[in-house]
Each structure stands twice: as structure tokens, then as C-alpha cells.
Design a binder for this molecule. Structure first.
Ligand code: FES
Ligand SMILES: [Fe+2]
Length: 347
């Protein structure tokens, strides 16, 4: 009888999903070093609009200034380091530090500093700026002062999105958040394969043609798609695309007349804890019945995934195995892991 041999390929070590030292290193080498989604232009439509956003323990303010420019800067006072803005969002003429009353303009520059000669403050005359780029209404930031333009890493993803001309006209209409009791990478791993879909997502598997489900891999992103079983042949051409974007972003785009988008940001809170921010973007503030149904469908799939990753996390901290193995259809996870190792190796 003929036998075939299978070469086993190994996942990241499980200790990378539980070790506090690895977690600290990831914050520096990945989250303070990559282009990450912070928000959307519809959150800062008017002059003075702002929102705050924390990534890898770094608090930020994103605001629209008097010149109609969008800015990102650390939400940290240059006087003695207090956090300046406490609210999640709003509209202001100036930002004021509650400690000694320094005030800042909408672009982060100092407005007034009682007891100081403001001409002699050097770099302490401004909240520290952060790199920012806007693409298709999405606001990305990069905490590395020497960051290369976003197109250097995410250029192919940006090119792929060019075909969706409706993206610029969308508004962020709803946001839900959830703390997941799992490492951020476990959530990404789970997203990057659909071998589990048949077992864990019965409704999803009925809605999409699972025999023709594709995961295309590209530099720094992947795209999953399949035709919907319920639509006509013509409608099926306009299938939904489910993107993963290095390192921690998922973007689902549903094209067509009522084109819309959802983003999922997976933010690291602790080795075994992540914050997921799910945002829904539609053309109008009012969510149609059809789109409410879409949100319900997406939420259901997510709930099923939460259970999976939280159970998965429990396996990372036992002595049973040190790492896992990939199935042939788990190649997108393999890419994510190799990409991760590349970043973590750098000094
Ligand atoms: S720390 Fe902000 S004004 Fe002093
Ligand atoms: Fe899933």
C-alpha cells in the first residue's frame, strides 16, 4: 500500500500568546511601528471635532483644526506629563490640561502656559505629533517618528480598494466594542482560516458557497470571498470581500447599490486580553432594515468566534503542546506568523 508523507509545519510557539515579555515586545515592535487604523473622517467632520484613541498604552487625540486639517498627537501635556483630554469625543475650541491649566490649539500647539515664557519652551511648546494618513475616509496613524509612507507597506491593499468608489461617501454609523479574553493574535489567526466555518458558523456556511470559498494572499493583507448562495448570478459577481490588513485590522466591504463597510480593530490589552472595536459604515445615518439584518448576521458570526478564541486561549498555557501545526488551507495564518516573526526579529 502506498503511503504519503506529510511534512508538518509549525505555528508560532504558544508562549507568544501568554508571555508578558513577548507582549511588551509586540507593543514596541509591532503596534508602535505599523500603520494602524485609528478612526474615520466622519468622526471629525467639523472644525473642532476630535476623538481620543489608545493604542499599545499610548493615548492619542485626533482632531480637525482651524485650517480644516486632521491632526494626530499624543494626548499628553508637555508640562509634566498629565493626560490632557479625558472624553472620548466632542467638539472644542482649545484643549485644556486639568493639572495646571495649559491650553492647546486644535493642532496640538500650545495656546497658553501660565507662569512660563512660551517662547523658550522648545519642543515642550506642542503636544507631540504623530504620523497620520487618510485613505478612503479611514484615518491611519503610525507612532514611529521615522515611519515610511503608508503606501510602502499597505500600497497593494490601497490599490485593491481603489475599485470601491463609494467608500469616501460612507459615514461611521454604529460602533460596538467587546473585551475578548484572548491574545490579539488568536483573534487574527481565527479570522484567517475558514476551516472552522462549517462547524462553528452554520448560518454563514449556508449563506456563502463554501465549496468555492477563497483566501487570496498579498503583501501585508489577505482577502477572503465567496459567492452568496441566495443571489442571482449577476448579483453574485458583486461578492463581499473580507480583508485582513497587517497587523490587527479587518475590513469587510459589501459592494453594490447599498455599498457599505465594517471595520474590526483588535487592540492588545494584555497577553490574554484584547479590545475589539467593530464599526459599521453606511451611506446614510439611518440604518435600513436590510442593513440591520446584515449587522445581526455579522454579530452572530462574531459571537461564535468569541467562544472559539476564548477556548483556544486556554490551550496556550498548558504543558500539553508547545506549538500547533497548519492544515494546507491555513496558509494565511502561516503568512501572518512569518510576517510577525520578521517584525519581532528586528532590533
Ligand atoms: S501637567 Fe499639564 S499643565 Fe501641568
Ligand atoms: Fe470564524
Amino acid at each position: 500500500m502506498a503511503t504519503t508523507t506529510q511534512t508538518l509545519e509549525y505555528t508560532l510557539p504558544y508562549k507568544n500568546y501568554v508571555d508578558p515579555k513577548v507582549f511588551e515586545e509586540e507593543k514596541k515592535k509591532i503596534f508602535r511601528n505599523s500603520w494602524v487604523l485609528a478612526g474615520h473622517t466622519s468622526q471629525v467632520e467639523k472644525i473642532g471635532d476630535f476623538f481620543t484613541f489608545d493604542i499599545a498604552d499610548q493615548p492619542l487625540i485626533i482632531s480637525r483644526d482651524k485650517n480644516n486639517e486632521i491632526n494626530a498627537f499624543y494626548n499628553i501635556c508637555p508640562h509634566r506629563g498629565s493626560k490632557v483630554e479625558k472624553s472620548e469625543s466632542g467638539n472644542k475650541r482649545v484643549f485644556m490640561c486639568q493639572y495646571h491649566g495649559w491650553t492647546f490649539q486644535l493642532d496640538g500647539k500650545l495656546n497658553k502656559a501660565p507662569n512660563f515664557n512660551t517662547n523658550e519652551l522648545g519642543k515642550h511648546s506642542c503636544m507631540t505629533k504623530v504620523n497620520l494618513e487618510v485613505y478612503k475616509g479611514m484615518i491611519f496613524i503610525n507612532l514611529d517618528p521615522a515611519a515610511k509612507p503608508m503606501a510602502d507597506t499597505l500600497g497593494d491593499f490601497m490599490k485593491d480598494l481603489e475599485k470601491y468608489t463609494f467608500l469616501e461617501s460612507l459615514k461611521k454609523v454604529r460602533v460596538t466594542t467587546r473585551v475578548i479574553e484572548a491574545n490579539w493574535k488568536a483573534v487574527i489567526d481565527n479570522y484567517l482560516e475558514c476551516d472552522h466555518c462549517k462547524i462553528a458558523h452554520p448560518e454563514f456556511s449556508k449563506t456563502f458557497d463554501m465549496k468555492n470559498y477563497y483566501i487570496d494572499l498579498h503583501d501585508n493583507f489577505s482577502c477572503q470571498y465567496s459567492k452568496m448562495t441566495s443571489k442571482t448570478d449577476e448579483d453574485r459577481e458583486e461578492h463581499a470581500n473580507f480583508y485582513w490588513v497587517w497587523p490587527n485590522l479587518m475590513v469587510s466591504i459589501y459592494p453594490g447599490e447599498d455599498g457599505n463597510m465594517t471595520t474590526s480593530q483588535i487592540l492588545p490589552l494584555a497577553p490574554d486580553k484584547s479590545l475589539a472595536i467593530y464599526s459599521y459604515y453606511f451611506k446614510s445615518d439611518e440604518i435600513s432594515k436590510e442593513n440591520e439584518e446584515l449587522i445581526r448576521f455579522v454579530d452572530q458570526v462574531r459571537l461564535e468566534d468569541f467562544d472559539l478564541v476564548e477556548i483556544l486561549q486556554k490551550g496556550f498555557d498548558t504543558q500539553a503542546f508547545e506549538r500547533g501545526i497548519y492544515s494546507p488551507t491555513e496558509y494565511a495564518i502561516k503568512y501572518f506568523h512569518r510576517r510577525y516573526e520578521e517584525e519581532m526579529k528586528a532590533d
